[in-house]
Design a protein around this ligand. Sequence first.
Ligand SMILES: NC(=O)C1=CN([C@@H]2O[C@H](COP(=O)(O)OP(=O)(O)OC[C@H]3O[C@@H](n4cnc5c(N)ncnc54)[C@H](OP(=O)(O)O)[C@@H]3O)[C@@H](O)[C@H]2O)C=CC1
Ligand SMILES: O=C(O)C(=O)Cc1ccc(O)cc1
Length: 472
Amino acid sequence: MVDVTELNIGIIGMGEMGKMYARRFAAGGMKRIYVCDRPERFEEVKEEMSGEPAIIVMKDGHHVSRISDFIIYSVEAAYINDVVKEYGPSTKMNSIVAGQTSVKAPEKEAFEKYLPADVHIVSIHSLHGPTVTTEGQPLVIIKYRATDAQVETVVEIFKSFKSNYVHLSYEEHDLVTANTQAVTHAAFLSMGTAWKETSDYPWETTRYVGGIEIVKINITLRIYSNKWHVYAGLAILNPSAREQIGTYADSSTQIFKLMIEEKKEELRERMFAAREGVFGWTRQEGSEQNGIASGSGSTPVPADGKDHSASSSKARTARKPILLSDRILDQFSLGVKPEPGQGARPNSHLSLMAMVDCWHRLGIKPYDHLDVAGTPVFMLWIGVAEYLFRSPERLEAAIEAAIYDKTHRSDDTEFCIAARGWSQCVSFGNFDLYRDRFEQTASFFAPRFEEAAKVGGKMIKTIQEESKRTTT
Ligand SMILES: NC(=O)C1=CN([C@@H]2O[C@H](COP(=O)(O)OP(=O)(O)OC[C@H]3O[C@@H](n4cnc5c(N)ncnc54)[C@H](OP(=O)(O)O)[C@@H]3O)[C@@H](O)[C@H]2O)C=CC1
Ligand SMILES: O=C(O)C(=O)Cc1ccc(O)cc1
């Protein structure tokens, strides 16, 4: 095995992920990490990295490409074609090239088109944001134009990250991440837009905000505090994602119509069918008394007849439920929790009902993806969906609230409009429109980002630890 610390590592794109990677490689003992951003940012990046002797800032991607044995493109997905076109021909002979892009179809095409035939391709994708520790998080490794030994070299280069390596093909990657990320982000983006349109910070206008709400709010803020292009890229450029975001908007509006038409039995039927299809729990299973034993269940037939699961056997792990407890969720609630029967109003939870309904219609088995491509956001989202659906009593209370309690109707109306709006924006494929929608909402929440990041970090840690405890 080669001594990877002697290899020259290259990073093109010193944004949030590029910087995090460079520092992580340096901390892991890599001796030389050659990096660059756009040429006009040369001095700025040099200044920023001045205290890091192993990180050598270059003028541009030609300089990085010529000297590096392993090169990572860490730029916006929408620019990958242009950036590889420009620097790809300068790639050092026999080196290995990777991309960090969240959607792989455009990256694969650019590598095929512009990389010389004498370089190898082993791509990567860390399934977490730049502020989350790499330890224990999934790191996708894609063997494309490479030998097994070259894949092993890449794994060795990343050893110090202590991530969980997940080997997928380019195509499996895009299918899995559409299932896990794109539709999940659509839900949170829609919640954010709805709250912005009602001009409310929801956690400041109600006397008591429960654990599920806090998870929703916090993840929404986490997403809006990130770069808009990360979400635009993986939604707009991944064809499976577009379709799924459309299904989510359909589920939201169809459920909302059942609510306002007061079709309670139809809504119940639909929700319990989705519960059984997604979680595998029959109607008898899952009351707090009966308990829940396992997340595996019958495979539902997808609404569109397509198989949305990745074909890799690794994507089919049987997984137990996350089992968030009241004790865990209550740690994150705000205000004083009313005693039972003392004014705690159940929420209609339209966003969660629509999510489980959408997974059911698409035949997505979220647990199957959790170990493979479970980002922290996805894990929390399944966790709260499971919490609501696991107990028939809680689900019944949400259905009752959805049909008869008008308190949440105005929020739910805004939510439906937002979900449809995001879906249309993605289907138009318009990056400028996406940016506009994203940044308008982001600026509404910006004053609360710092505080949310603190609570969010703690929340992710606690819930991941709890999940590990209950599933091992
Ligand atoms: N943020 C996240 O949570 C995650 C992001 N990713 C993916 O990683 C990639 C990078 O994301 P992230 O770091 O967050 O985004 P950033 O916008 O922070 O970083 C991208 C950087 O690349 C620079 N860049 C653009 N063109 C060039 C060029 N020709 N030469 C050199 N540098 C260039 C950008 O400059 P400029 O701003 O001027 O365009 C920017 O500084 C994306 O593909 C994203 O999808 C993957 C996992 C998680
Ligand atoms: O966990 C999430 O879904 C995030 O929002 C962070 C994120 C964004 C983009 C990626 O490619 C991977 C992770």
